[in-house]
Design a protein around this ligand. Structure first.
Ligand SMILES: Cc1ncc(C[n+]2csc(CCOP(=O)(O)OP(=O)(O)O)c2C)c(N)n1
Ligand SMILES: [Mg+2]
Length: 678
């Protein structure tokens, strides 16, 4: 689409493009042109994709990857490498071209020819699991730049723990106008500024173009001033001048604050008629414009061919970091912290963990405390966090409510990253992206708290964590109408169902202190996806279950009280509603009605059990499900003959006991439902 404002920016851009192209040709420009040519070819061949951004940012990326970034293409897993995040993920060909040119394995010219095809490593947007040098999946604008806060914070925290000789690297981001417009960038960049994460550098593709045309139609904020307001250093440069780019990157590397460099670029640089327009953003240039662009750039090689005189310096750049990597390996080999460092980076739990978890279980089995699960969660964290130095946590300004702070953690402060507790402020989304970055970096097991209702405010980060299979733990308290007086704005009803519908997410809703300890045990051992700990505000009794050594919650569901003789019904519940099921069991028993009570703290884990076990927990008799939430998704357990007792709309403001009565989520209702089935 070409808007009116687009035409104006097109004219200005073409003038400026002429001026830039009149500058003497340098090796740096020729190397950047290789990126442009590959981006043009990849998108042409796929007949789909985004050539404009790679063409515009090629000069910036070339300077960064040939002169400053610390990496060795021979080892994408090097723990002390700089991290590079392409936040504007639509410009994926920029990253693929860089990985190919610098000589990474599994990014051959054939891979580039497979751009956007099924099963390739070169998906439409960079997908973390497709290549080890893709640090994270990007595409939803705002996520990359905001996850960078977590990467950079991880580096600082690990440097505080292991010292500069093992941990000393930077986080580089290429971000676009869309990244800047997305709200999450405000949250996460404010956190980075507050914490003075000076080793982040954002190279902002300041091309004044987005899909609808010139950004002047929607964006008047002064991005440089905005970042200075966050406590960043920021400056503007000509994004096509290698000398200016070099100077700016040096400035960033000296800075004691995080740095934003607004790089004035021309989207689709080199395209003779379309440069500077949104027309180059997300469509192939077309054969004619593509050929003319190459001619204008002085690029004579056939499609997908990079001449030796350009490839050789690129490959040399890709091997630039070899010496630094070998020196680092030597330091690691000689370090008395080596085993600890390797275990942390591998995400392994220390031996002391098992001991602490056993002791916690024993204590709960003995004392059978009646606690809100958020308080039981505090108890679990008090036991685990001191013996797992990888665990870092925080809350989005709800620390006393989420019960997420453990005294021995200390607080993470600007310039002092030895503390393990992070005050994220009222920034749920920024917390989510930061948790993801902490986890993606490696070496840390992060958790963060907010009310379950405000999972809505960090849902895009949870979804990306799920897609990337990242180990971020979300502590989500006040999980139902059970929070009471704060009312329906604060009472989640659809959230359990919606997260159960999200692939790769583990939802855990424990029903007493023992289940809470067990769920934490599952959470910290779960390496391949985010975990949601869904916890109550209100107290609940200890369940009359088997308190032996087996982690019953790890099965997802289990029988709390079996029927004495012949099961007439199975009452299935989660979280705070298991206690209601237990109460109903007692009432029914008095009347000689024999039922089983099953607790299902995790649908995902339960669904993985074998059919025989699931059958034992669910039973053949009619089933009654109880959950203080909407019933969506319960059908698979309740079947056609089951009854669901829960919410059918939003909640209300009142003391929670009144609300359970009002909405009919009571033991009496369960008893009536069972009797109706007899
Ligand atoms: C959260 C989100 N919303 C919308 C989109 C769709 N989208 C892709 S790129 C883009 C904007 C393009 O402008 P800009 O970020 O400046 O990139 P440029 O065109 O300069 O490469 C949009 C709206 C997206 N990828 N993510
Ligand atoms: Mg733009």
């Amino acid at each position: 689409m070409a808007s009116h404002s687009d035409h104006a920016s097109n004219e200005i851009a073409l003038e400026r493009q002429k001026e830039v192209l009149s500058r003497p040709m340098t090796e740096a420009r020729m190397m950047a042109n290789a990126i442009r040519a590959l981006a043009i070819d990849g998108v042409q061949k796929a007949n789909s994709g985004h050539p404009g951004m790679p063409m515009g940012m090629a000069d910036v990326a070339t300077v960064l990857w040939t002169k400053f970034m610390k990496y060795d293409a021979a080892d994408p897993h090097w723990a002390d490498r700089d991290r590079f995040i392409l936040s504007a993920g639509h410009g994926s060909m920029l990253l693929y071209a860089l990985l190919h040119l610098t000589g990474y394995e599994n990014m051959s010219i054939e891979d580039l020819k497979q751009f956007r095809q099924l099963g390739s490593h070169t998906a439409g947007h960079p997908e973390r699991e497709e290549h080890p040098a893709i640090e994270m999946t990007t595409g939803p604008l705002g996520q990359g730049i905001s996850t960078a806060t977590g990467f950079a914070l991880a580096e600082r925290m690990l440097a505080a723990r292991f010292g500069k000789s093992l941990v000393d690297h930077r986080t580089w981001v290429i971000a676009s106008d869309g990244d800047m417009m997305e709200g999450v960038s405000h949250e996460a960049c404010a956190i980075a500024g507050h914490l003075a994460l000076n080793k982040i550098c954002v190279l902002y593709d300041d091309n004044s173009i987005s899909i609808d045309g010139s950004t002047s139609i929607s964006m008047t904020d002064d991005v440089v001033k905005r970042f200075i307001g966050y406590g960043w250093a920021a400056k503007r440069i000509d994004g096509h001048d290698p000398v200016a780019i070099e100077e700016a990157i040096k400035f960033a590397m000296r800075s004691r604050k995080p740095t934003l460099i607004a790089c004035r670029t021309i989207i689709g640089f080199g395209a003779p008629t379309k440069a500077g327009t949104s027309g180059t953003h997300g469509s192939p240039l077309g054969n004619e414009e593509a050929a003319a662009a190459k001619a204008l750039l002085g690029w004579t090689a056939p499609p997908f061919v990079v001449p030796a005189e350009v490839l050789t310096p690129w490959r040399a750049a890709g091997a630039r970091g070899e010496g630094a990597r070998r020196a680092w390996l030597k330091r690691l080999a000689g370090s008395n912290r080596r085993a600890e460092f390797d275990a942390a980076m591998a995400g392994e739990l220390p031996a002391a963990y098992g001991v602490a978890m056993d002791a916690l279980r024993a204590k709960i089995a003995e004392t059978k405390p009646a606690l809100a699960t958020r308080v039981a969660s505090q108890m679990a964290l008090d036991a685990i966090v001191p013996v797992v130095p990888e665990m870092v946590g925080g809350s989005a300004d709800l620390t006393p409510s989420n019960n997420t702070f453990v005294k021995s953690m200390g607080t993470c402060l600007p310039g002092d990253y030895a503390g393990r507790y992070i005050h994220f402020g009222v920034r749920e989304h920024g917390m989510g992206t930061t948790l993801n970055g902490l986890a993606l970096h490696g070496g840390l097991i992060p958790y963060g708290g907010t009310f379950f209702i405000f999972s809505d405010y960090c849902r895009p980060a949870i979804r990306l964590a799920a897609l990337m299979r990242v180990r971020s733990i979300f502590v989500l308290t006040h999980d139902s109408i059970g929070l009471g007086e704060d009312g329906p704005t604060h009472q989640p009803v659809e959230h359990l169902a919606s997260f159960r519908a999200m692939p790769n997410v583990l939802v855990l809703r424990p029903g007493d202190a023992m289940e809470t300890a067990e769920c934490w045990d599952v959470a910290v051992q779960h390496k391949d996806g985010p975990v949601l700990m869904v916890l109550s505000r209100q107290n609940m009794p200890s369940l009359p279950r088997d308190h032996g050594a087996e982690n019953l919650s790890a099965r997802g569901g289990y029988v709390v009280i079996g029927a004495a003789h012949q099961r007439k019904a199975t009452i299935i519940a989660t979280g705070s509603e298991v206690a209601i099921a237990v109460e109903a069991h007692a009432m029914l028993a008095k009347e000689g009605i024999d039922v089983t009570v099953s607790s299902v703290p995790s649908f995902e884990l339960f669904d993985k059990q074998d059919a025989g076990y699931r059958q034992e927990v669910l039973g053949e008799a009619p089933r009654i499900g109880i959950e203080a939430a909407v019933g969506y998704g319960w059908d698979r357990y309740l079947g056609d003959n089951g009854t669901f007792i829960g919410m059918h709309g939003f909640g209300a403001s009142a003391p929670y006991q009144k609300l359970y009565q009002h909405f009919g989520i009571t033991a009496e209702a369960v008893v009536a439902a069972v009797k109706a089935k007899l």
